[in-house]
Design a protein around this ligand. Sequence first.
Ligand code: LLP
Length: 429
Amino acid sequence: MTFASPFPVGFSNRNGKLYCEDIPLDDLARRYGTPLYVYSRSAIEETIADYQQELKGTDHRVFFAMKANSNLGILDLMNRKGCGFDIVSGGELARALAVGADPKKIVYSGVGKTVREMREALQAGILCFNLESIPELDRLQEVAADMGVVANVSVRINPNVDAKTHPYISTGLKNNKFGVAYESSVELYKKAASLPNIRVTGIDCHIGSQITELSPFLDAGHKVLDLVDALKAEGIEIDHIDFGGGLGVRYIDETPPAASELVKALTTLCEERGYGHLTLYFEPGRSLIARSAVLLMTVQYLKPTESKNFCIVDTGMNDMMRPALYEAEMPIVETVENDEPAKRWDIVGPICESGDWLDKNRRLKVRAGDVLAMFSAGAYGMSMASNYNSRPNAMEIMVSGEEVQVIRERGTYADLMRNERLLKQVKRD
Ligand code: LLP
């Protein structure tokens, strides 16, 4: 088996078969069909505990960035384990409320909040809006005034640091659309502090995703704290600093710091700079959920050609976009050891696009009908899935020991067409 050890928590190789907790992956594929996202409950619980370990006995808080995975079953577990939520749309707010999240544990990020979304969030009584521009501040003041309420705000600053990650998922550089330029943020704060329906409570930043070193977080942390100094000099006091998300995970051989290390480094930095009394917020997405899942697929056809060997599976870029969109490398492995000769394969889906690939040049022992597994598929997998080529959504299940719970039924053809309508008869027909 080509999988690079160590296995993620919750997954193991027992006598040549891959398991999620106590169930073989190929059994799950046979029972539920593929494409199938399989989550390990203990893996999720363990990563949450790693974040929370350094936060015990403090007011610091973890808000799961649910864009990484917004399945209700996953959110339910996060909520039960004490996480709050970082949302970016009215739909995400509805999901958080649907699992019974406390609105006082919801922060709202994103550059494009609409009037309707602001209203809904104010109505729910969320903890804080992370603002990204002056027009957004003006709009929030207007909406809050109209509703007769006061909105808590934090300003997302763009610290202009290099997160050293893929350009598509780097967000803290000057040329990104995100955040407020460092230089103009004091002005924005002054304006916010003067508005009657706005209460300034914090500052935030988020510099990118899949960051595998501590240094960009610390660089950004220093810049944020410089700004807290500047705000203090203006008489503007805040009560929290939100360091965003962004911590990377191991897909191949990356060695990112543990969540507890990141939390410790940033709490220590704040203490050293005299801000130990402020509450720290973290908005992790990927690092809380990526490693807890595999995506199972079944080999349909083997198609060796002159230049390449194609292994065509029943799972495509519509089910998992990351390789096609970011050229992300997410290794795919056999789920059962076998005696086929090993060859190099490109693992491709059924979608009519050359970009529809899941893994390239992977050494596999594979036959038609075999079940393969893509590891670390829990983040930005199902949440970015589409129905392109009219393919129904994949199914999602959560495994705990020998127990399985379906957390998303497999999509149907009727689901695909549910919101669409035939044309009315018109005269010229
Ligand atoms: N907070 C804010 C304001 C964000 O924009 C994001 C992610 C997060 C938190 C969570 O970041 P994380 O801990 O997951 O790195 N689809 C891409 C990743 C996009 C990330 C967008 N923002 C991917 O599949 O790599």
